[in-house]
Design a protein around this ligand. Structure first.
Ligand SMILES: *[C@@H]1O[C@H](CO)[C@@H](O)[C@H](O)[C@H]1NC(C)=O
Ligand SMILES: *[C@@H]1O[C@H](CO)[C@@H](O)[C@H](O)[C@H]1NC(C)=O
Ligand SMILES: *[C@@H]1O[C@H](CO)[C@@H](O)[C@H](O)[C@H]1NC(C)=O
Ligand SMILES: *[C@@H]1O[C@H](CO)[C@@H](O)[C@H](O)[C@H]1NC(C)=O
Ligand SMILES: *[C@@H]1O[C@H](CO)[C@@H](O)[C@H](O)[C@H]1NC(C)=O
Length: 617
């Protein structure tokens, strides 16, 4: 014990002797001040990035003046930022002639003010309209991007901006637009207003933990909205198309659709909201402690407010050092929320056997998994099923099928998917398949289905597997079929199979069983090449019967049957307690017609759900 202490004496002596020198050195060289935090973003030298402020104004000079002064006082770090001001005209036909001079005087004052207003950061442009166009045209006509490097920040005149707003926007653009590893085509811009509103009826309250400073949310914000060029162009074309065809932006279950029905084309947001819903896009939002935001609305009397309400939030000022505006999180660390403020989990794609666990656990916390085979399914029929799932609060499903743009897009929108092609490659490498190399579709399909069921059993889940030819009518429809004395339930006509999680089923559904299913597929392929697609259930049934395992045969009277029976309304309605189904081969126009008759067609012409249905979570 003594030795180590002794060893320390010598350095200590040296330290004592050097002490005066150290003091002298310290006093000669005062410690350097801490480096200033990096506060601006040097532009990538090869970028053509430009940002233009689009300020929409009408008849509120004092608001406009407050807004412009806040914009002018912000930090631009020597960047060029243009200012375009759109001054709407008063509505000549809605005012009496006695008021005209007064209205003209207000406009003149505003124009004088604008003429005198100095904008040092770029070009100033004033667009003074000849007639009243209202808020919708003010927004929609404010911008047509001339390149993919041009960004617009739209500001209404009763806003006030934080001095840090531009640095923040630029940081977002550099990080989430120009940096490929954080870019997503799903992101259409960023709102600087404090998020408060959930437009889906009966949606969740906005609740985020204090460490979440950034998140993604579908809703557009009108109090300081940054727009990315490509999605905005896409929207403008979509709007033109819908307007020309007289298609109205109705999205059931949304508070904003009520606004549209009341205010019609005075407002533009219902159009944008419907567009975003059909594309599955998202907006970036901030969440700062203390009800702070980089843009606040004074909610002055005007189109949106009958009388002045006052600021909605506290403005972030330059002393807000707790805000990290520089090191922005990776895109895939941000959370995504839909119009119900329900979290969306994008890009859950199972490509290998070890990805099952995490993704299966991310589904609703139930002991059952619905495996929906999308082999041969039409996009509209599948989408209709997904809309029914949403309506019924069913989230314990996984889509299973070959990779296609449609499936990848569904995964992007938050529907969990098994990529059958890649999974097949992966499990093939595991030498599970000992037979001849085969990449034929049927083999692949049977293999992946059988393997997925095996994985679900291993993870302790009961599995229902079916095509997109069955629509449950309640969230517990499948549970209603369960027969506790049977591990396996089959409906031959509807091609539905259920495998219950139990020790005995796990003993049956082993690698060898999977292999046998695949072997049958291979042999049937050589015999009959036309039977692609729907025979998995029959194959399993046949195999189980050969092994003398007891199956429950589902009473097919539970289902709508018979594709030939065009006028089969009676059959249909009689069996509507649990599920509605049809033979997988039935023609999709026919299916649609029938479902429309029974008010079960939940998809609009753009293949998105015609309603938003929220469930408290
Ligand atoms: C910037 O614009 C010029 C002219 O359109 C183009 O040639 C150049 O490739 C652009 N640079 C980048 C990085 O996009
Ligand atoms: C202008 O006023 C007329 C008459 O009140 C009205 O019909 C019209 O919709 C108004 N225009 C706008 C853009 O609000
Ligand atoms: C892009 O983002 C990645 C991941 O955040 C980061 O490692 C990289 O440095 C960024 N690139 C640039 C040019 O900022
Ligand atoms: C299922 O539906 C019933 C009746 O509509 C409802 O009471 C129940 O909460 C739902 N369960 C889930 C998990 O959504
Ligand atoms: C089927 O029933 C629905 C609702 O009862 C009815 O509106 C429809 O006309 C019927 N269709 C046929 C083909 O009978």
């Amino acid at each position: 014990m003594a030795t180590p202490a002794k060893k320390k004496v010598f350095p200590f002596l040296i330290f004592i002797l050097l002490l005066p020198t150290i003091f002298i050195v310290i006093s000669l060289y005062p410690p350097p001040p801490p480096p200033p935090p990096p506060t601006y973003f040097p532009l990538p030298s090869n970028s053509n990035f430009t940002l233009t402020i689009k300020l929409l104004t009408f008849n509120r000079l004092s608001a406009l003046s407050r807004c412009l002064h806040s914009l002018s006082a912000a930090r631009y770090d020597h960047d060029t930022v243009h200012l375009h001001i759109y001054l709407d005209h008063f509505n000549v036909s809605s005012i009496g002639s006695s008021k005209i001079d007064e209205k003209r005087r207000v406009s003149m004052e505003i124009l004088d003010f604008l003429d005198g207003f100095k904008w040092d950061h770029g070009q100033k442009m004033v667009h003074y309209r000849t007639g009243n166009v209202g808020l919708q045209a003010q927004w929609l006509e404010a911008w047509w991007p001339t390149s993919d490097d041009e960004f617009a920040f739209v500001v209404e005149d009763d806003l006030q901006l934080s001095p840090l707003y531009y640095r923040f926007l630029k940081g977002l653009i550099m990080n989430y637009y120009y940096n490929e590893s954080n870019f997503s085509p799903m992101v259409y811009g960023a709102s600087l207003q404090r998020p408060r509103f959930v437009p889906g009826k009966h949606g969740n309250k906005i609740q985020l933990d204090i460490d979440t400073h950034l998140f993604l949310y579908q809703l557009v914000g009108t109090w300081g909205q940054l727009l990315f060029p490509k999605p905005w162009k896409e929207f403008r074309l979509w709007y033109d198309d819908h307007k020309a065809k007289n298609i109205r932006p109705i999205l059931d279950g949304m508070v904003t659709t009520g606004w549209y029905k009341k205010m019609g084309d005075k407002i533009w947001t219902p159009w944008f909201i419907k567009f975003i819903h059909s594309r599955g896009y998202f907006n970036i939002y901030t969440n700062f402690l203390g009800e702070r935001a980089l843009s606040v609305s004074h909610r002055d009397a005007g189109v949106n407010y009958g009388k002045t309400v006052g600021p909605d939030s506290n403005l972030v000022d330059e002393t807000s050092t707790d805000l990290n505006l520089v090191n922005l999180p990776l895109l895939n660390h941000l959370k995504w929320y839909d119009y119900c403020f329900k979290e969306v989990l994008p890009n859950r794609i199972i490509k290998s056997s070890n990805e099952f666990g995490l993704i299966v656990q991310s589904l609703q916390h139930l002991d059952t998994i619905l495996l929906v085979s999308v082999y041969g399914a039409s996009e509209s029929i599948l989408m209709n099923l997904l809309c029914h799932f949403q309506k019924l609060n069913i989230f314990n499903y996984i889509l299973l099928g070959p990779k296609s743009d449609f499936i990848v897009d569904l995964a992007r929108r938050g529907h969990p998917v098994i990529d059958a092609d890649q999974l097949f490659e992966h499990i093939g490498h595991q030498k599970l398949l000992k037979t001849k190399k085969s990449s034929v579709e049927l083999t692949r399909e049977f293999m992946v289905k059988a393997f997925a069921i095996k994985k679900c059993l291993e993870l302790g889940y009961t599995t229902w597997i079916f095509h997109a030819n069955i629509i449950p009518l309640a969230n517990d429809s499948f549970a209603n079929f369960v027969d506790p004395s049977k591990d396996f339930l089959v409906s031959e006509t509807s091609k539905l199979l259920s495998v219950r999680s139990s020790p005995s089923s796990k003993k049956i559904w082993v690698d060898d069983f999977v292999y046998k299913i695949v072997a049958i597929a291979e042999s049937s392929r050589s015999k009959d090449s036309s039977s692609i697609g729907e025979n998995f259930v029959s194959t399993v049934k046949q195999l189980l019967q050969q092994m003398s395992i007891k199956l429950g045969l589902l009473d097919d009277a539970h289902f709508l049957l018979n594709g030939d029976d065009i006028h089969g309304n009676q059959t249909f309605s009689r069996n509507m307690e649990k599920v509605v189904s049809w033979p997988p081969k039935m023609n999709s126009d026919m299916i649609k017609k029938r479902l429309v008759n029974f008010d079960m067609w939940a998809v609009d012409d753009e293949l998105s759900c015609s309603a938003v249905v929220c469930h408290k979570s």
